[in-house]
Design a protein around this ligand. Structure first.
Ligand code: SAH
Ligand code: SF4
Length: 357
């Protein structure tokens, strides 16, 4: 069976080519076509010899994602819904910032973590994405930018789409190495952020990787009772397991970590929780940044509301006064289905309704 050529790291492709009677240097040529010239067929790779083209053709797919829907927002955000080769749907979002273009990628079809506020966790995980399927999201979005002819480039990546990246750890690490490699897209590791709901064991592994990629932790509550109520993963990895993993990461990498905190009205947005958050982070505040996230309403989670503006400001103020660096996330694409997983879950609902009719 054919697999996606985008799943291979540079070194894996070199080894594969040699094992298949080809010269090692071909890997550089192939990657040049894939990631710099961004062709759609092996035929176009005209500096490869016929034999090399054929053996690649026989064994690999060049593109497995099919674009189903594209929604464009007034602020330049574009949301793509892609169909995978097995028919599953995933989302990818392109966002425009003053520092460049950032893409938010999906790592799994659905998510088993099932956080109480998230549209992605509404449907259980169907499967993990292969590394190539994550890479292809970036390549496809870059190809979209190419069509505009303005030399625009994907410069940043956030692994914050559907799924828990640390529940698909090896493929996510391959993905990071592929997009970071200078022979390919060469997206700087410091421009890439992986977000996790807090699989503590994997935070230790991630700290030990030879990657300079940033880490974000979805914290959302400063104590176990509240965190378990909002995110059931906290039962398996409560704060007393999570915080030592974070400390290990900080000590090992000396890189700043982002703590994500969704503000849910009357649930976790009181000054009391802000004070608790200060205590939780005070010994690591020099390497901490708290990202306060306005809740994006999800129809199925109507127990939650967005915090009042004043509550957000008060929360922010408490953190700031106590020396915790923080910011309130600027929202993108509010006029389209912006919350992660929303476009996908709406499309699945529509498809089901069509089947019933
Ligand atoms: N599974 C990983 C990465 C994907 S979720 C994680 O949980 O970190 C990426 C971010 O989007 C997380 O911080 C998550 O909490 C946030 N998010 C999910 N649903 C949201 C919603 N309805 N409104 C605002 N942020 C949301
Ligand atoms: Fe999964 Fe992250 Fe959504 Fe939680 S917030 S259900 S971990 S995608």
């Amino acid at each position: 069976m054919k697999s996606s050529i985008y799943s291979m790291t540079f070194e894996q492709l070199q080894t594969w080519l040699v094992e298949h009677g080809q010269k090692k240097f071909r890997a550089k040529q192939v990657w040049d076509w894939l990631y710099k010239k961004r062709v759609d067929t092996f035929e176009e790779m005209y500096n490869l010899n016929k034999d090399c083209q054929l053996v690649l053709e026989e064994n690999f797919h060049l593109g497995t994602l099919e674009q189903e829907i594209k929604q464009e927002s007034k602020d330049g955000t574009i949301k793509f819904l892609f169909k995978l080769s097995d028919g599953n749907l995933i989302e990818t979002v392109l966002m425009k910032f003053n520092y460049g273009y950032s893409v938010c990628v999906t790592t799994q079809v659905g998510c088993n973590i099932g956080c109480s506020f998230c549209a992605s966790g509404l449907l259980r995980k169907n499967r993990d994405l292969a590394a190539g399927e994550i890479v292809e999201q970036i390549v496809n979005v870059q190809k979209h930018l190419d069509t505009r002819g303005k030399e625009e480039r994907v410069s940043h990546i956030v692994v914050m789409g559907i799924g828990e990246p640390f529940d698909n750890y090896d493929n996510t690490m391959d993905f990071l190495r592929i997009v970071n490699n200078q022979q390919g897209l060469s997206i700087g590791a410091r421009h890439i952020t992986v977000s996790t709901s807090g699989l503590a064991k994997r935070i230790y592994d991630f700290a030990d990787e030879d990657l300079q990629v940033n880490l974000a932790l979805s914290l959302h509550a400063p104590n176990n009772e509240l965190r378990t109520q909002i995110m059931k993963i906290n039962k398996a990895f409560p704060l007393e397991k999570l915080m030592p993993a974070i400390d290990y990461y900080l000590e090992k990498t000396n890189r700043r970590i982002t703590f994500e905190y969704i503000l849910l009205k009357g649930v976790n947005d009181h000054k009391e929780e802000a004070k608790q958050l200060v205590s939780l982070l005070k010994d690591k505040r020099h390497l901490s940044y708290v990202n306060l996230i306005p809740y994006n309403p999800v129809d199925e989670h109507n127990q939650y509301d967005r915090s009042e503006k004043q509550a957000i400001l008060d929360f922010y103020q408490v953190l700031l006064e106590n020396g915790i660096k923080c910011g309130v996330r600027v929202e993108h694409g509010t006029d389209i289905d912006a919350a992660c997983g929303q476009l996908r879950s709406k499309q699945i609902k529509k498809d089901k309704e069509k089947q019933r009719a």
